[in-house]
Design a protein around this ligand. Structure first.
Ligand code: SF4
Ligand code: SF4
Length: 536
C-alpha cells in the first residue's frame, strides 16, 4: 500500500502552491517562502492555536481561520493580505501589547524579537489604552541557566510544549486564567539538559539564558554555520561571534541530526575556546624548563628529536594517541605521519559521559567515528589500554600525544609513571598541564572554531565546520603541524589543504572514498547508509 500523502494544490493570494495533503496550511505557506506572522506555531511542537496571529481568509468559510490548524486540502483558495486579515492581525497585536512592558532597550531579545518585528510590520503605531499596565515579576531565577520575565510573556505556550513534548520534563505551565494568566515553573526548577532551548522557542524576551543575559546586542553578532564539538551527535549549530570572540552557540535546523535543538552542555561548550590557559605558542624543552619558541623552531626541534629517536629505537618503539577532536582531514594527515614513522601502536583517547535517548551521546568528542573510519584505531577502547600497557612494559619508548583527553582519562600516578619511562614525548594540546614538563616539544592545538574541515558524527554523517575566529598570522593549526613534520621527516613538500586531502583519502580507499567533498552540503552527507560501526 502506498502511504505517501497526496499532493494538494492550493491558491494563496492568487499564486498556486503544492503541498502534501494534511500539512498545516501555515507550514505550506512558510515552505513556499510566504511571510505569514505567527507566534505559537513551531514546526517541531504540537499545534496550540492560541496566538491567533496566523489567521487567513479561506473562500467558502465565513470566518477567518488560523492557518496553523487548517490542514492543506486540494482546492483551498486562501487570502493572507486583504483588509479583513490585516485588521485581525492588528487586533491580535494590540491585545498582546496591552500589558507588554516595552522594555526593549534592556531586553536581550531586542533585534530578534518577533513581537517587535510583527508590531512594526502589522501592528498599530499608537496605543489606545490609558489604564496602567499589568505588573508581573521580572528576572526570576527559574533554573541554573535560565531567567524568566513574566511581564514580557505573550502566553504562546511554546516553552510549555517544549518541556512536555521534547525534554519531557514538564517544568513549565501557565497558571490562572484570563488577564491573570501567567507563565511559571511548577514545583521544580527548569534545570533539564535542554533548558536553554526554551529561550530559542520563546518568540519574545520572556525566557533568557543567564549565559547571554545583558552581554551584547544581537545585531552585532555574525553567524557561522558549524557543528557542536560537545559529543558525537554532531548537532548543527550557528556560532555567533563579534570582535573575534564567540558570544553564544545556537542550534541550527537539521532534521536528520538534531531537529532544531541542542543540549545545554553543548551550547556552553564554546567557553573552552576562550580559556586563558590556552597554549599560545610552541614550547620546547630547554635548560630543564619549557620555553616559548617560534613555530619553525618548534617544528625543527620536534623533527630532530623524532628522527634521532627513530634511528636509535626504530619506528616500532613509537606510540601515537590520535585526537577525536581534530577534523577528518587533520587525522588523515596525522595517519600519514604515523605511517611514515612506522609507529608501533596507535590509540585514541575519548572521554565518555552521560547520554540519553534523544541527542546526547556518550562519546564526548565530535569526531571519534571519523578516526575509526580512517582505520587509525581498533578495539573496544580504541587501543588505549594496549598502548598504555606497551608503554609500561617498555615496548613503547616514545609517544606523540594529540589532544587533551588522554591526560584526564589516564591521569594520576599511572600516567606519571608512564611519562617517566619515556625517552621521547611530543604533545599537541589546548592547555598547558603539569605533566608536560617531560615533553621535548609541546604544540598548541586549535579548536573547532579556528579551522575549516569536517567531522563524522556517531551515525556516519560527515559535516562541515568553518573557521570563525582569526588566529595570529604565523599560527599553524593541527593539520599544518602534522604537514610541517611530515615535510621535514619524509622530505615532502605538502601543504595542508582540504580538497587535496579528500582526493588522497579517496585514493587510499578509506571509508571517505564513498563520498565527494562537494556532496557535503549544509546538512552534511552520510558516508554510507549501512555501515556497521555505531558505538555511540
Ligand atoms: S515564556 Fe515565551 S515561549 Fe513561554 S509562553 Fe511566554 S512567550 Fe511563549
Ligand atoms: S547533544 Fe552533543 S552535539 Fe548536540 S549539543 Fe549536546 S553536546 Fe553538542
Amino acid at each position: 500500500m502506498n502511504n505517501t500523502p497526496k499532493v494538494a494544490r492550493v491558491i494563496v493570494d492568487g499564486r498556486q502552491l503544492a503541498a502534501h495533503e494534511g500539512t498545516p496550511l501555515l507550514q505550506a505557506m512558510l515552505d513556499a517562502g510566504l511571510d505569514i506572522p505567527h507566534y505559537c506555531y513551531h514546526p517541531k511542537l504540537t499545534i496550540d492555536g492560541s496566538c491567533r496571529l496566523c489567521q487567513v481568509r479561506i473562500e467558502g468559510i465565513p470566518k477567518l481561520q488560523i492557518s496553523c490548524n487548517t490542514p492543506v486540502r486540494d482546492g483551498l483558495v486562501v487570502h493572507t493580505e486583504d483588509a479583513e486579515v490585516a485588521l485581525a492581525r492588528r487586533g491580535v497585536l494590540e491585545l498582546l501589547l496591552l500589558n507588554h512592558p516595552l522594555d526593549c532597550p534592556i531586553c536581550d531579545k531586542a533585534g530578534e524579537c518577533w513581537l517587535q518585528n510583527y508590531a512594526m510590520r502589522f501592528g498599530s503605531r499608537f496605543s489606545r489604552t490609558l489604564e496602567p499596565r499589568r505588573k508581573h515579576a521580572k528576572r526570576i531565577d527559574i533554573g541554573e541557566r535560565m531567567l524568566l520575565d513574566q511581564e514580557r510573556c505573550i502566553l504562546c505556550r511554546r516553552c510549555v510544549r517544549f518541556c512536555r513534548e521534547i525534554s519531557k520534563t514538564g517544568e513549565l505551565a501557565i497558571f490562572d486564567l484570563g488577564e491573570r494568566a501567567v507563565l511559571d515553573i511548577y514545583d521544580r526548577r527548569l534545570d533539564n539538559d535542554y533548558s536553554m532551548c526554551t529561550a530559542d522557542v520563546c518568540p519574545v524576551g520572556a525566557l533568557e539564558t543567564k549565559d547571554f543575559h545583558h552581554k551584547l546586542r544581537v545585531w552585532f553578532l555574525e553567524e557561522t554555520a558549524s557543528i557542536c564539538p560537545g559529543c558525537s551527535n554532531g548537532c548543527n549549530i550557528m556560532v555567533c561571534s563579534y570582535k573575534n570572540r564567540i558570544w553564544r552557540l545556537l542550534p541550527r535546523r537539521n532534521d536528520a541530526v538534531n531537529d532544531t535543538w541542542m543540549c545545554d552542555d553543548g551550547r556552553l561548550s564554546y567557553k573552552f575556546v576562550m580559556e586563558p590557559e590556552r597554549l599560545r605558542a610552541p614550547l620546547v624543552h630547554h635548560d630543564g624548563k619549557l620555553q616559548q619558541v617560534a613555530w619553525a623552531e618548534g617544528l625543527s626541534r620536534a623533527a630532530t628529536a623524532i628522527s634521532s629517536f627513530k634511528q636509535a629505537n626504530g619506528g616500532k618503539a613509537f606510540g601515537a594517541v590520535v585526537s577525536p577532536h581534530l577534523t577528518n582531514e587533520e587525522n588523515y594527515r596525522f595517519g600519514e605521519l604515523i605511517a611514515a614513522l612506522g609507529v608501533g601502536r596507535v590509540a585514541m583517547a575519548v572521554r565518555r559521559g552521560k547520554s540519553d535517548d534523544f541527542l546526547i551521546k556518550p562519546d564526548k568528542a565530535a569526531n571519534a567515528r571519523g578516526v575509526r573510519e580512517l582505520g587509525l584505531v581498533r578495539g573496544n577502547d580504541d587501543g588505549l589500554e594496549e598502548l598504555l600497557n606497551a608503554c609500561e612494559s617498555g615496548e613503547i619508548k616514545g609517544l606523540y600525544l594529540c589532544g587533551d583527553d588522554v591526560f584526564d582519562l589516564v591521569g594520576g600516578e599511572r600516567f606519571a609513571r608512564i611519562i617517566d619511562r619515556l625517552d621521547l614525548l611530543v604533545i599537541q594540546a589546548l592547555k598547558l598541564r603539569p605533566e608536560f614538563g617531560r615533553a621535548i616539544v609541546v604544540f598548541p592545538s586549535s579548536t573547532f572554531a579556528e579551522k575549516n574541515g569536517t567531522f563524522t558524527n556517531h551515525a556516519g554523517r560527515v559535516q562541515r565546520i568553518q573557521r570563525v575566529l582569526d588566529l595570529p598570522a604565523d599560527w599553524l593549526n593541527d593539520g599544518e603541524i602534522f604537514t610541517g613534520l611530515l615535510n621535514l621527516l619524509d622530505s615532502r613538500q605538502e601543504h595542508f589543504e582540504i580538497a587535496p586531502i579528500w582526493e588522497a583519502m579517496a585514493r587510499d580507499g578509506t571509508a571517505f572514498a564513498r563520498l565527494r567533498l562537494d556532496e557535503i552540503g549544509t546538512g552534511g552527507a552520510m558516508l554510507t547508509a549501512d555501515l556497521g560501526i555505531n558505538r555511540s
